[in-house]
Ligand binder design. Structure first.
Ligand SMILES: *Cc1c(COP(=O)(O)O)cnc(C)c1O
Length: 396
């Protein structure tokens, strides 16, 4: 037994605490919902979940999940290719393909795994991957596992992307990879331009749509629908852990050949357990709900408009509204943390994001809106922001 590593880790964590980057986990005493209980008994309004459609504790979804367990059991104790595939899993793959408008879909335990398992099998050292600098950590890690040449362009900088595409014309395959919605600013990838460039320079396009699937676009299909580029994106990865009920799990949708090949070669798929039946059944229900009505995705955007308008009128510095992520810019690092603490005391649960999660000097409170928020809850949040904002002189 080594004692020295424990002492060393302790020291590093003390340094993290001093630097204000040590993360603590707040214990909830209720299911995920716009109105939450915390373990200390406080009741708060939640504005920091990825529960965009408010389905995390939706009774229909819970019931479908329970019924799935009754019919299909609790667990599979197997990977897919040994004895871990039930009708349920192939049904879900079909439903997701139809929803996203792609040929086929492969399920993973998480979107992190989907991103971890896509690059290495498809792109070898004769190929190139071109990635937005603000892409999610799971894309960065996935790219690292591949032997392909790597490029990273400044966030949404299309001139630089074009230069990189020119630079790798000798590669066998080129792939542009981007988040659909960037989680810290809530901005949307420039997919029309990206798809144009991909066509001009013969590149594949991959979009990780975790922060968009289910609510962005007219019928909630995601960023490709929002941007009018359906049919021009080669690969979509996404999560079931956000708008689509928020349990867990992820997937990749693409041509049937890409999906078939990944079933043979993608390591997180081959060597990690099947998605639990209860989760597959829950997501199937969500797919059914979203396919028959766009009411929830309209609601989350209407709610976001209400919040954004109220906050702008109160004088807060906001990014332009593109998605249900509304960053309230504070800039000063300690001030953002203090503001989030004071908002919690007012019953509004939000998080201050500071360096290194966002660039130095761009600290903010990231607010996330849900279709399940009521007008009253949104107005209560705005009032609390105004009160705290004035006290801290963030607004006049
Ligand atoms: C949340 C997120 C993920 C991770 O999804 P999990 O299913 O929780 O692993 C991956 N990519 C992006 C862009 C995300 O926002």
């Amino acid at each position: 037994m080594s004692k020295s590593i424990n002492a060393d880790l302790q020291k590093q964590m003390e340094e993290m605490k001093t630097a204000g980057v040590y993360k603590t986990e707040r214990i909830l005493s209720t299911p995920q919902s716009p109105a939450l209980g915390l373990a200390d008994g406080q009741e708060v309004l939640n504005f920091c979940a990825n529960n965009y459609l408010g389905l995390s504790n939706n009774p229909e979804v819970v019931k479908a999940s329970q019924e799935t367990m009754d019919r299909w059991g609790y667990g599979l104790s197997s990977v897919r290719f040994i004895c871990g595939t039930q009708e349920l899993h192939t049904q879900l793959e079909k439903a997701v393909s139809k929803f996203l408008g792609m040929e086929d879909t492969i399920l993973y335990s998480s979107c992190f795994d989907a991103n971890g398992g896509v690059f290495e099998p498809l792109l070898g050292e004769d190929s190139a991957i071109i990635s937005d600098e603000l892409n999610h950590a799971s894309i960065i890690d996935g790219v690292r596992l591949s032997k392909a040449r790597r490029y990273r362009y400044k966030h949404s900088n299309m001139e630089q992307l074009e230069e990189m595409l020119k630079d790798c014309q000798d590669a066998k395959y080129r792939m542009i990879v981007t988040d659909g919605v960037f989680s810290m600013d809530g901005d949307i990838a420039l997919l029309p331009q990206i798809c144009d460039l991909a066509e001009k320079y013969d590149a594949l396009v991959m979009v990780d749509d975790s922060h968009a699937t289910g609510y962005l676009g007219k019928t909630g299909r995601g960023t490709h629908e929002h941007c009018g580029v359906q049919g021009r994106v080669d690969i979509i990865t996404t999560t079931f852990g956000k708008a689509l009920g928020g349990a867990s799990g992820g997937c990749l949708s693409a041509s049937k050949e890409i999906v078939q090949f990944l079933r043979q070669k993608s390591r997180p798929y081959l060597f990690s357990n099947t998605l639990a039946p209860a989760v597959a059944g829950g997501v199937l229900k969500v797919m059914e709900m979203l396919s028959s009505s766009s009411a929830l995705c309209e609601k989350v955007m209407a709610n976001t408009t209400r919040f954004h308008k109220g906050m702008s009128e109160a004088g807060f510095d906001l990014k332009p509204m593109e998605t249900a992520i509304v960053p309230v810019m504070v800039y000063d690092e300690p001030l953002a943390v203090k503001m989030a603490d004071m908002l919690l005391k007012e019953g509004i649960y939000v998080i201050g994001f500071t360096y290194p999660v966002v660039p130095m000097g761009t600290a903010r409170i990231r607010v996330q809106i849900s279709a399940a928020h009521t007008d009253e809850q949104i107005d209560t949040a705005i009032s609390a922001f105004v009160k705290v904002g004035k006290e801290l002189k963030v607004i006049k």
